[in-house]
Design a protein around this ligand. Sequence first.
Ligand code: XMP
Length: 317
Amino acid sequence: NWTPASFIHETVDALKKQIGDAHVIMALSGGVDSTVAATLISKAIGERLHGIFVDNGVLRKDEFESVLETYKNIGLNVTGIDAKQNFYDALKDKTDPEAKRKAIGKLFIDVFQEEAAKIPEAKFLGQGTIYPDVIESVSVHGPSVTIKSHHNVGGLPEKMHLSLVEPLRFLFKDEVRKVGLELGIPSDMINRHPFPGPGLAIRILSDITEEKVKLLQQADDIFIKSLKEYNLYNKVWQAAAILLPVKSVGVMGDERTYEYTVALRAVTSVDGMTADWAHLPYDFLAHVSNEIINGVRGINRVVYDISSKPPATIEWE
Ligand code: XMP
């Protein structure tokens, strides 16, 4: 019978056998899967796991620093790479969602390869692939039908001639979470909502500038912190603030404003394949709207997305 403890025990043994005295490199995203996978590999080979965490400039507010801090506390050997400017340059003037994804995916691979080249002793590439990814990449994201190019680091192993280490390949998300808690990873990290690889770039529905990223980070931060404050964070599957390319008129004191609109998106779901918009309480929505409009200069209107998936998607791009 499967228990998190027995899984950890058997997996660490298997990883020791598979990896031997070689080194492993791994891209970490701050998400549950890569963190749990890295912690298992680290338990097997310690400092011979080289994690790489890239600041692509479209992470959440303060996320780069706080995630690095968590990795440090878990005891992972991780290098943080600030590549913000490279990503802003690559994203400049891009408005098409798939073009944004491609630009981010390609630059990510470049940055990762450059770092990996500094660790020539690495023979393996660690990945946080879980069972639904394995199925999904066959059914939805096969070569002929790509609905959205979700797999941001696809192509990495082929290019780098490394063998894969995927300790979570046969687990479902709830099992990954149980294993993570058993490994002592903080529950904040384990219960995080999913966050897309292209990050806030696909939540800014126009071209990406550093100023727009800063605006959206502030609004998003207010939304997420408020969900936690009101004990709603764990009741929704994912939540996001979207910066619309729409300016509208408002008043602030005696002055007319003409500023951006933010859409709030929160959904309930089991696996992200279908989703219902979350029926959040009006007093909560009123609170978030006030905080954003009064606290973020540049945003004067907040709307709530009441579309379900399908036919809408969770993200707006
Ligand atoms: P949609 O918008 O397709 O989103 O309903 C379903 C789930 O997938 C996430 N998503 C992505 N994740 N790279 C990712 O890593 C992507 O390009 C991407 N696009 C969407 C989305 O956040 C949701 O959890």
